[in-house]
Design a binder for this molecule. Structure first.
Ligand code: SF4
Length: 258
């Protein structure tokens, strides 16, 4: 399977279907993956296939590589629309995450003040106040919630430690609208189980959770690349649109990437 491992600590720029010209900031090690989920659809591959002994980038390495890259881009007349914390795993696992966010903001203000800061996170660390505080500094604080069904999460997202989805919803509501919920919709089968999370048994409780969280918006997306396990299928565009309509009916903005 052709999964992707990103350069660290800076990669791109890439044109993101959701974010525009995006310069990636990858706080995970070079050549491997570190994540507190092990999603069966992960574009980086499964955790066990991507283990690495390489160290995490230091805050100084992140700052120096970002500064160099932005200066190179400037010489080429390229300006990023967004600096995106993403890459080979979960960025908030980095032990110096809050400090790095502050440093990146300062470099952004100096070299590309128009660029937004975004993060793609699985939200597993938001029980820690210092992580919630750091996430509030992002223009686009994009947090994963694929469903609120614990069995589905165990089957598909596969948390690597304690994960209580009820507690997650409570914590997501603490952002008071300063978050964007990102939800993967798909079909297919894995280990003999139906993966269609667009069915009412999933969508009904999910909508109730969104009512409690009241995010700034919701991003619905589906599979875009090869997946590390077989049997997964894209959700149909019309089905995604019907889920989007139900979210809009709650008064919450939603985007759909098919
Ligand atoms: S949370 Fe993201 S990086 Fe982690 S396993 Fe899932 S898709 Fe991959």
């Amino acid at each position: 399977m052709s999964t992707v491992i990103y350069e660290s600590p800076v990669f791109g720029p890439v044109h993101s279907r959701r974010l525009g010209i995006s310069l990636g900031i990858n706080l995970l090690p070079r050549g491997g993956k570190v994540c507190s989920f092990d999603c069966i659809y992960c574009e980086c591959g499964l955790n066990k296939e991507r283990r690495t002994r390489n160290p995490l980038p230091t805050p100084d390495e992140v700052a120096s590589r970002l500064r160099t890259k932005l200066l190179e881009m400037k010489q080429e007349g390229l300006v990023p629309d967004v600096l995106t914390f993403a890459g080979n795993g979960e960025p908030t696992l980095h032990p110096h995450f809050p400090e790095i966010v502050d440093t990146v903001r300062a470099i952004r203000d100096e070299l590309c003040p128009q660029a937004k800061m975004s993060i793609l996170s699985n939200a597993t660390q938001i029980g820690r106040p210092e992580i919630r505080e750091a996430l509030l500094h992002f223009d686009n604080n994009i947090l994963k919630l694929d469903t609120v069904c614990p069995e589905y999460i165990r089957l598909v997202d596969r948390p690597q430690g304690h994960y209580d989805v009820e507690e997650q919803v409570r914590l997501l509501a603490l952002f008071r609208g300063q978050c964007i919920i990102q939800t993967m919709l798909m079909r297919g089968e894995y280990e003999g189980r139906d993966l269609d999370n667009t069915r009412q048994e999933y969508v009904g409780p999910y909508l109730e959770a969104l009512q409690r969280i009241r995010p700034r918006s919701v991003m619905l997306y589906t599979l875009d690349r090869e997946t590390p396990v077989a049997g997964l299928l894209k959700a149909a565009p019309e089905v995604m649109e019907s889920v989007a309509e139900r979210i809009r009916a709650l008064g919450i903005e939603v985007s759909v990437s098919c």
